[in-house]
Design a protein around this ligand. Structure first.
Ligand code: JHZ
Length: 412
């Protein structure tokens, strides 16, 4: 019950999703029937630092094994968003051949490749070996490491391979600050690595959208924290950084904020407005989170009712997206192979494996047209527009989609 970030010993739980398997722990068919550990998944609000946490700490080596299957490059929407972000930094900060951009959790180089194209030197840092190998093969210089103060110290001192001493003009940390147990060490490391006058941008889904749109499935063991402006203002202050600006991307991952931090103060009216807005709705108080569990239970009942009803009528149902959030959805709601036959996903690293806990086989997306399930539950609902556009032939052939959040709905 002690907060990992500020040490407060009275964090307030508000949602218990029971024991679930690891969301990216896709099962090899040959291991079916073997042990598949489940871990408690309970969420709490910290009245000290205002950050929402899960209570369970699964070891990083277990959460992020060598064969971690998430590759960022399978969504056109995310690639386009990342390109705009990169080009915006190049132009806005005047980056060029003499600059350095460091990305933390750079995955397969999906974002940094835009800087490389623009002639800006980069360094990607990510603990997943296959993704780092892919990035390097694509010409995006990357190292395979977990980031924290120690690594930052080595990089700044020039004590890392032949990299030489370095500091960054821009540090990008997208969808990683939910994943790091020692978030204080991570932020302190970013501060060390940042040149005077440089900028840090951090993107993460906004906890307000999680709560308001019932995006409970984005809660899983990899995601230790659920972020807000109120939380980042305190974190930045604790580490002697300035939180200066925030941008909102409502259609990315269910609602994403991008925070801008620097050594120097340059606070914008947009940040002031966002902080005031969070305060006015009480996002920095426990009351905001109290009714959430009931709404999650209702969504579970509605989705189960819908799927069982369709099955009772003889309909066949598949799912789209072997996403980590898909695993929370299937396991918490209790959607086994009796309701959903198979899951499709474009990522070949996921195909041929089985969903954690519920064990639907993961197939190539062509299976939708080949097998023509009557309904397809979009587990990667954050990309629903892109997926439905891409699957227009399935739609034309009479297939229908089910979008599970903010409330289960059949669409076509
Ligand atoms: P996706 C990811 O979570 C990873 P996940 C991570 N845990 C994180 O923090 C959040 O994002 C923010 C597939 N797909 O990205 C690709 C298609 O097959 O929403 C993915 O397997 N065809 C670090 O795993 C999955 O769907 C498509 O056209 O919950 C989407 O997973 C598209 C667009 C995606 O999130």
């Amino acid at each position: 019950m002690r907060c990992r970030i500020c040490g407060h010993d009275g964090v307030q739980p508000f949602l218990d999703l029971g024991k679930t398997p690891l969301s990216d722990g896709l099962v090899r068919p040959e291991n079916l029937g073997g042990p598949e550990p489940r871990y408690p998944l309970e969420v709490a609000f910290c009245p000290g630092c205002k950050i929402v946490h899960i209570l369970e700490d699964v070891a990083q080596e277990i959460l992020f094994p060598e064969d971690y299957p998430y590759f960022s490059s399978f969504s056109e929407h995310l690639l386009a968003h990342s390109r705009r972000h990169a080009l915006g930094l190049v132009e806005g900060r005047g980056l060029g051949a003499g600059s350095l951009v460091v990305e933390l959790a750079s995955n397969d180089g999906y974002l940094l490749q835009n800087f490389v194209e623009a002639g800006v030197p980069v360094l990607g840092i990510d603990p997943a070996p296959a993704q780092v190998a892919q990035a390097n093969a694509n010409g995006v210089r990357s190292i395979c490491e977990f980031f924290g103060v120690e690594l930052a110290e080595r990089l700044v001192a020039g004590d890392y391979g032949d990299l030489g001493p370095l500091q960054a003009d821009a540090i990008v940390a997208n969808n990683v600050c939910a994943h790091v147990p020692d978030l204080n060490g991570f932020v302190a490391g970013m501060k060390l690595l940042l040149k005077p006058g440089g900028v840090i941008t951090v993107e993460n889904p906004w906890v307000r959208d999680l709560i308001d749109h019932c995006e409970f499935d984005t809660i899983y063991h990899e995601h230790l924290y659920y972020h807000s402006c109120a939380g980042w203002a305190r974190l930045a202050e604790r580490h002697g950084l300035h939180l200066n600006h925030v941008e909102y991307f409502p259609d990315l991952h269910g609602g994403t904020l991008r925070w801008h931090l620097a050594h120097e103060p340059a606070r914008t009216p947009a940040l002031d407005a966002a902080l005031a807005d969070e305060q006015s709705i009480g996002l920095d108080t426990f009351a905001y989170y109290e009714g959430f569990a009931k709404r999650v239970e209702q969504l579970k009942a509605d989705l189960l009712g819908l799927l069982r009803g369709l099955r009772a009528e003889g309909a066949t149902i598949a799912a789209y997206g072997a996403a980590a959030k898909g695993s929370t959805m299937l396991n918490y709601v209790g959607i086994g192979t009796d309701l959903v036959d198979f899951v499709v996903d474009r990522n070949p690293h996921k195909q041929g494996l089985l969903m954690p806990g519920t064990h639907q086989p993961i197939l190539d997306v062509d299976a939708l047209l080949e097998r023509r399930p009557d309904y397809t539950l979009i587990l990667a609902w954050n990309f629903k527009d892109e997926i439905m556009r891409q699957q227009s032939a399935y739609d034309d052939a009479g297939g229908r989609f089910i979008v599970p959040v903010p409330r289960p709905e059949v669409v076509s």
